[in-house]
Design a protein around this ligand. Structure first.
Ligand SMILES: Cc1cc2nc3c(=O)[nH]c(=O)nc-3n(C[C@H](O)[C@H](O)[C@H](O)COP(=O)(O)OP(=O)(O)OC[C@H]3O[C@@H](n4cnc5c(N)ncnc54)[C@H](O)[C@@H]3O)c2cc1C
Length: 278
């Protein structure tokens, strides 16, 4: 199948290019999209490169952290001060594939694919991150939780692009994950926890569940104390491991995933809240 690649050098030109053909799709690092095209999961003859857009920033602003969608993950994880302010987010970024992959893979591409096994979506959900978007109708801001419709399904309008992600100034957080081959495989389960400023409890989000990474409000209710007791942690882990829909596939059985949630939630809480390590 012949492919055309457009390389717009501005946001308006990129949106126009996306609107110019019904099958046009944006390409950032291409680490997911090229495999999807080859496997026929995505059908397109018109790729629109985002490489020329001014969205590779990783910076502290007056409101918190602003991370542009085309920032390669390797740049994100190396950004000064980010790991101190958002340890769980940087743990999640470092867990994505290999260093070589992270030189190409971008934050926007990870969100754009909206994989149930994404390592970045759970921690962004736990941090209650805002996503900034731009499209034919102009810019808008939305909660990630509202945009995530389902497996590989993000609620973007036609011609709309993810511009970046806004994080709070800082938040205690952690991301614990399990996979068979760390650099070459995706997580069987990922558990993110965070306590954004002003929150009266720990937020808990799971990856590796169907149809999309999700928060677990019932487990969060058990985690109001800054350092939850052993009993509270046990209760939250029990609720989290039964509240979500896990699948059995070649990476893990549903039962194994449930057990992982229990262990990984305790581990993440111990790291972020200073409790005892399981
Ligand atoms: C060997 C290997 C290991 C991997 N390991 C992991 C892992 O451990 N954890 C993990 O989470 N992922 C993993 N991945 C998946 C992938 O690398 C990441 O999801 C990556 O962040 C995708 O970014 P990208 O820039 O390459 O996206 P692309 O492939 O360029 O795009 C992905 C999708 O997002 C869309 N898109 C891209 N940018 C935008 C934008 N700004 N606005 C709207 N839509 C956009 C594209 O149209 C496409 O649908 C792995 C992939 C491979 C090949």
């Amino acid at each position: 199948m012949p492919l055309t690649l457009e390389r717009p050098d501005g946001v308006d030109a990129a949106i126009a290019a996306l609107l110019s053909a019904p099958d046009a799709v944006p390409i950032a690092g291409g680490t997911d999209l090229l495999l999807d095209l080859e496997a026929g999961r995505v059908r397109s003859e018109h790729l629109v490169s985002l490489a020329g857009l001014p969205w590779a920033r990783v910076e502290r602003t007056g409101e918190g952290w602003s991370i542009g969608s085309t920032a390669p993950l390797r740049r994100v994880e190396r950004s000064e001060g980010l790991a101190a302010d958002h340890p769980g987010f940087v743990e999640a970024v470092r867990s994505v594939g290999s260093a070589a992959l992270r030189h190409r893979a971008t934050l926007g591409g990870n969100l754009g694919r909206a994989s149930p096994a994404s390592d970045l979506l759970p921690i962004l959900l736990a941090l209650d991150a805002d996503v900034t978007l731009v499209g034919p109708a102009g810019p808008r801001r939305a909660k990630l939780d509202e945009l995530l419709r389902g497996s590989r399904d993000l609620a973007l309008g036609r011609g709309e692009l993810i511009e970046g992600v806004a994080l709070p100034p800082r938040a205690p957080s952690a991301y614990a994950w399990q996979r068979v081959r760390p650099a070459n495989d995706i997580s069987q389960v990922g558990v993110a926890i965070a306590r954004p400023p002003g929150a009266d409890r720990w937020a808990v989000a799971l990856g590796g569940v169907l149809p999309r990474p999700c928060r677990v409000p019932a487990a969060e209710e058990a985690l109001t104390a800054p350092t939850p007791s052993e009993e509270e942690v046990r209760r939250a882990a029990r609720i989290a491991s039964t509240a979500a829909r896990f699948a059995s596939d070649r990476r893990a059985t549903a039962e194994y995933r449930r057990r992982l949630v229990d262990v990984l939630l305790r581990r993440a809480l111990a790291r972020a809240s200073g409790g005892a390590r399981p």
